[in-house]
Design a protein around this ligand. Structure first.
Ligand SMILES: Cc1cc2nc3c(=O)[nH]c(=O)nc-3n(C[C@H](O)[C@H](O)[C@H](O)COP(=O)(O)O)c2cc1C
Ligand code: SF4
Length: 508
């Protein structure tokens, strides 16, 4: 009997380890042997812990599992109280386009054999047939844009580093994943870490870098553990080392634990932290692509950007850019969270509307109350009211609506949400997380909290002051922390003006 049960942190938080122990104990009690594989999560968090039993007709899903549901896994599966049917047939799975997450939940994350059997290393093998310029051209042709937030074309960044003359170059993977409501990086690293390593190796070969770092947030102990083991595995298999898969290319990497500040996700602040300095933003220019880690040309890319590279090389740039809309090409792992009936990770082509995402995919709110607002793109993202739910999911589309897609985190609020309190929270978050380098952010965020409190006390004259302050932060801040904090604040004020009415307290 073969059973898959996620070792993903969300599944573990919901009791997966206890279920795993119970499955083994039940098997021993019945004198049965069970091959229990701790896989990544399929992304259906509301069904975790989700057990999958391998049958003659494929993998059958059962969830959310409780200890009481374990014995029935050894009986007639069709009668199991938590039977959901074939995993690949569940609507959440069936309607996705899983390219970056194709193997997550399917394979044993720490088995090189399983990785190879499911297409692993095919992308790298193809990349090894190309020269540096050929690899960079393929990434440019794919249309891939950075999934960390800014949406900068990945291939163009690689070209800048490839064209720079230097004795050493670096690949830095940004796994700080600080945005609220986001977990795609974590799920990828816990569920298919070798894909990220393969992507980093391809990046290294493309730009002439022989060393990589994953800057991984300290709050992700499971991901740190899996990635550390995966690096050892990759080294043992010759994927990392002096001769990548027997080629003339060398590449090796290290996992570094983050310092625990939101601003350390900003690339220059991250590089300072990686160099052992305080996580303060550096002025640009120079670009990290020209003077990054230790002053050398450095590719800084998000986990999802790098983990998408193997699929692009395996399937071809033309295939990848066949998905999406406008200049938002390929697929995006949506992370649906907050007050929703069905939350989790859903990879699909760009272009879905929030109506489709929230009403159809996520099944509306968990409370059953009407959706009031959705914050897209983390703590610096705008709040959208239902009137704007037909906006297609794309970089330019969201920017033209004064929003951003960021790392594609979608946090849903029902009609009990207090938008004035949310505006205050955005400014308070900025005040706490500001690195302090520039005045509009360091001082502006504090004055912003005070101004929202004045509005809450009924001082209507403070509303234009808040608008002015937001404009100053937007145009005068050195990085996007100060520059984008006005988005949640101004969207709350613009779309929910009644909530900024006199005589409302922020604590209400
Ligand atoms: C305050 C702040 C926090 C950020 N946090 C992250 C993060 O946690 N992960 C990430 O990949 N990018 C983050 N970014 C974006 C990075 O600065 C950078 O654009 C990104 O790592 C580049 O990779 P990409 O081109 O693959 O997106 C952040 C930016 C800012 C301003
Ligand atoms: S905007 Fe804020 S976080 Fe960014 S450099 Fe200025 S003070 Fe630092």
């Amino acid at each position: 009997m073969k059973v898959y049960l996620p070792r993903d942190a969300a599944a573990r938080a919901l009791g997966a380890d206890e279920i795993a122990l119970a499955i083994q104990a039940e098997a021993a009690r019945r004198g049965r042997t069970v091959d229990l594989v701790r896989n990544g999560s399929r992304g259906m968090v509301w069904l975790e812990p989700l057990a999958e039993v391998v049958t003659a007709t494929g993998r059958m899903a059962f969830g959310p599992m409780t200890l009481a549901d374990v014995p029935d896994l050894f009986g007639d599966l069709a009668l199991h109280p938590k039977a959901l049917g074939p995993t690949h047939d569940l609507p959440w799975m069936r309607n996705q386009t899983r390219l970056t997450f194709a193997r997550v939940g399917v394979i044993d994350p720490l088995s090189m054999d399983d990785y190879r059997a499911h297409g692993g290393l095919a992308g790298l093998r193809r990349a090894l047939t190309l020269d540096s310029a050929g690899i960079v051209a393929e990434v440019i042709a794919s249309g891939l844009r950075g999934r960390g937030g800014a949406g900068f074309p990945t291939g163009i960044k690689w070209k800048t580093v490839a064209d720079a003359a230097a004795d050493r170059k670096y690949i830095v993977c940004n796994a700080d994943e600080g945005d609220s409501g986001t977990f795609a990086d974590r799920m990828l690293m816990e569920g298919d870490p070798l894909t990220l390593i393969e992507g980093m190796v391809i990046a290294g070969i493309a730009v002439g870098a022989t060393k990589g770092f994953v800057y991984l947030r300290s709050e992700y102990p499971d991901a740190i553990d899996v990635m550390t083991q995966a690096v050892d595995l990759a080294r043992a298999a010759g994927l990392l080392g002096p001769s990548v898969l027997g080629s003339a290319h060398a590449f090796d990497m290290e996992i570094r634990t983050g310092a625990g500040a939101y601003v350390c996700g900003e690339e220059t602040s991250l590089l300072n932290s990686l160099e052992g300095k305080r996580g303060v933003v550096r002025a640009k220019p120079p670009l990290p692509a020209l003077q990054g880690f230790m002053g050398k040309p450095t590719v800084v890319n998000n986990v999802i950007s790098l983990a998408t590279i193997p699929a692009i090389f395996e399937m071809g740039a033309a295939f990848y850019r066949g998905f999406g809309l406008g200049r938002s090409l390929g697929t995006i792992p949506l992370q649906i969270a907050g007050n929703v009936a069905r939350g989790g990770l859903y990879e699909c082509a760009f272009g879905l509307t929030l109506t489709q995402i929230i009403d159809d995919i996520a099944g509306g709110t968990a409370t059953g109350r009407p959706v009031k607002a959705v914050q897209v793109g983390g703590p610096l993202g705008a709040y959208f009211p239902r009137a704007m739910f037909d906006l297609p999911f794309g970089y330019e589309e969201y920017a033209s609506a004064d929003g951003l897609i960021g790392h594609a985190g979608i946090v849903v609020f029902d009609d009990t949400a207090d938008m004035l309190a949310q505006a205050r929270f955005a400014l308070e978050f900025c005040a706490i997380e500001s690195c302090g380098k520039c005045t509009p952010c360091r001082i502006g965020a504090v004055r912003g909290v005070e101004t929202v409190d004045r509005i809450a006390r009924g001082d209507a004259a403070a509303i234009p002051l808040l608008t002015d302050l937001c404009n100053t932060m937007k145009s005068g801040s050195l990085c996007a922390l100060g520059g984008f904090t006005p988005y949640p604040v101004m969207s709350a004020l613009t779309h929910f003006p009644d909530e900024f009415r006199p005589m409302k307290t922020a604590a209400e």
